[in-house]
Design a protein around this ligand. Sequence first.
Ligand SMILES: [Zn+2]
Length: 359
Amino acid sequence: MQYQWKKKEIINKIRILLEIFNQEEKAIEDKPIIVSSIETYYKMLTLIAAKEIQLISEEKNSNNLENFVKTMNSHKKDYPFLFEEEHKDFIEKLSKLKIIDQKKYSKINSKPKELTKEAKLFFQSLNTFMIDNLNEVEKINPHLYHFTKNSDVFGCCFFDFYNKIPYILIRHSKNITDILTTIHEIGHSIEYINSTTNNFKSINTEFLPYLLEMFFYKYNKYYQNDLQNNFLTSYNNVIYFAKDAYKQMNLYERFKGDEKIVEKFNNFSPILSHKLCQNNFEIPFIDVVKYIHSYMNASKVYEVYIDYPKEVLNILINSVKQGDINQYHKYFNQIDINFNDLNIENFQQQQEKLFIKKY
Ligand SMILES: [Zn+2]
């Protein structure tokens, strides 16, 4: 399948961004956002190039552990709450929950065009703000959607924050996840074009996309079994991720601040460290916690949405309009959802009640 994005065009975009970056009069505060946009195009470029040459090398050397500790230490500044005792406790409890057996998805024979049409109809059903924004996103990038058969990629919204241009990548698996991924990535793009802050590293980045997937569950009447299966997958993923996060957390506790241990570890057992790295550091801790946090909060808000759809949607739209995704909790407090209250005991029951009642 040909990529919608042309290598030449992407390289040109990088070149222009580099020129802007090097302009002397460019304000210092603009520089990180320019760098983030360059990184975005670079990621897209490697994705295209990976098909032709082995550009992404499988370098998993023994420095991974050292890098991991370094990364974790640097996250500490950005996400101090991740290192609080109550969050560790929460991750531990979550990691002890059981995984539920899953069914296979049935095939849907939908072409990319039909999928995007389906997604548009859904956004139209929500609210004029949402569909207006989607139209805007499609106008900004007429080649917005790109479907791939590459099984490594689930879905992604690449975003050039400096120029505010979105690019959406969707895996074409010919089941219900295609529609959900399309909706999910559109959610990111709408949020990003409205963002007024540079705070796209927020803990809530996955909140709106997951919530939209949940809204689709209420909206769609044809694929209920497969949609239930999808939420079962998400539920299982939350537990898998928690197990990973728990392992990483323990390792971090053991190795943080002790450079000698890290050094010894690498010198004496490079093979062991390689294996450990493979098992534990595949998904960086921060992304795992983001996923869990966003998914649980989305479930919580969805629970209220079932009874008060209009109210929840209005609050949501206002917070997207504000352009700061860290502000969600401020608005949702109005309908009595305490964003920081993530209750593990209720999580399982809530998921069964909301999505997986037939299992
Ligand atoms: Zn996402």
